[in-house]
Design a protein around this ligand. Structure first.
Ligand code: SF4
Length: 165
């Protein structure tokens, strides 16, 4: 019989019996409504002027612990392969036109997710001299994820609302 004291003495055995580190799935956020992209949603990320704090948390949302990919959400390199945009940061003057053009390249139906307080309402950069405005001032926003930065579980929960998984 393999006891816990034996397992502790052999690291390879310990790894074999370790419990998965993946967090339990957060609540779905579609509230019973039909999700816009049932089962699968591809998103192109656009940094419109972020401090990169939101990017760190998005990276964690797709890392093994939260693993947003298990709910059918993926980040893709081209807006032409995407169902929508995941936008971080307040929109700087230099990024207003690229953001509009990137959205134009996404086929319809499409969705825009504003991730983080800066994207939702300007956050700590609202009114700064180099800022055009919040994401909603430049392109229509469908989903808002508040927080500075939002934690990976919050991001994962919001993205589950796109796929309904
Ligand atoms: S919401 Fe906070 S973490 Fe995200 S880009 Fe703005 S300042 Fe940075």
């Amino acid at each position: 019989m393999i006891t816990s004291s034996i397992v502790r003495r052999f690291p390879a055995l310990e790894a074999l019996f370790a419990r998965p580190v993946t967090e339990a799935a957060p609540e779905r956020s579609c509230g019973g409504r039909r999700p816009p992209f049932p089962g699968s949603a591809q998103l192109r990320h656009v940094d419109a002027g972020s401090c990169n704090g939101c990017e760190v948390e998005i990276t964690q949302a797709f890392a093994p612990v939260c693993d947003a990919g298990r709910f059918g959400v993926r980040l893709v390199a081209s807006p032409r392969h995407a169902d929508g945009l995941l936008v971080t940061g307040v929109v700087t003057r230099n990024m207003a036109t690229p953001l509009r053009k990137t959205l134009d390249a996404v086929p319809r139906p499409r969705v825009v997710v504003a991730c983080g307080d800066c994207a939702v309402d300007g956050g700590v950069f609202a009114g700064a001299y180099g800022v055009t405005g919040r994401v909603g001032d430049v392109v229509p926003v469908d989903v808002e994820i508040p927080g500075c930065p939002p934690d990976p579980s919050t991001i994962t929960e919001a993205l589950r609302g796109l796929t309904g998984r």
